[in-house]
Design a protein around this ligand. Sequence first.
Ligand SMILES: Cc1cc2nc3c(=O)[nH]c(=O)nc-3n(C[C@H](O)[C@H](O)[C@H](O)COP(=O)(O)OP(=O)(O)OC[C@H]3O[C@@H](n4cnc5c(N)ncnc54)[C@H](O)[C@@H]3O)c2cc1C
Length: 240
Amino acid sequence: MKQIREDEGNIIIGAAVTHSEIIESDLVNQYFPALALACSMIGSHQIRNTATIGGNLCTCASCADTAPILFAFGASVEIKSSSWSRTILITDFFKGHHYNDLMKGEILTSIIIRKPSFKKGSFAAHYEKFGLRNSAAVSVASVAVSLRVEDEEVVEGCIVVGACAATPIVCLKSIEMLNGTNISQVKEGSEFIKLLGETVAKEIFPIDDIRGSSNYRKDIVRVISGRAVLKALSNIGEKA
Ligand SMILES: Cc1cc2nc3c(=O)[nH]c(=O)nc-3n(C[C@H](O)[C@H](O)[C@H](O)COP(=O)(O)OP(=O)(O)OC[C@H]3O[C@@H](n4cnc5c(N)ncnc54)[C@H](O)[C@@H]3O)c2cc1C
């Protein structure tokens, strides 16, 4: 549970790996630097050195920063008890705010992320977090994007909004809009980015709380979703 390893098709991150260990991991940075980026935005050095990815996921806070990007990667989690083992999609692990799928006697042992196929086009991702400070700030809203580009077209895009509902939200209409788009249309200030931001904002129904009102969160998401897509695309040809 303290290891990060790979097999033929997956990167497997032990649940007891700390955020700092993920940030420094060559394997994570080779395949999924957006996850390292998300971990680097959690709390402070002291928190990242102690807190684990398993603890972050099991807490199941709506603002958990490792969740949206793992949703976007289509990650799975391995759960074990003393007598059985099961693997489920991370989307099924998150049941609600502070409510996960663990049953009595079970622990989360690892997070499994399928390696992207670099042969079929380029894969990239980005995590954009908006907090009230640059450091040690809980997300007011966040957006994770992963996508693949094949023949100048976005395929297998995914957009996930964090901290705006009990669990991260997979934005299906926005994903539909993103997939099949020629990347020449996806430019800063373009009509496409404006429309995409509007579409993502319409797919969320955030709460009002001490960190921001529902409308404020929608305004933030309208802006940072476009930013996340643009930054993900700018990583194409490099890494996820
Ligand atoms: C000051 C501060 C700032 C923070 N900032 C952020 C932030 O910006 N973004 C963010 O996402 N989070 C933030 N957090 C939350 C923190 O990242 C998570 O709480 C952390 O990852 C938890 O890790 P842990 O190993 O300490 O878990 P613990 O606190 O030890 O465990 C949390 C819960 O999960 C259970 N648990 C832990 N591991 C497992 C497992 N493998 N299987 C089953 N159950 C398990 C524990 O029993 C407990 O109920 C912050 C926390 C603090 C204190």
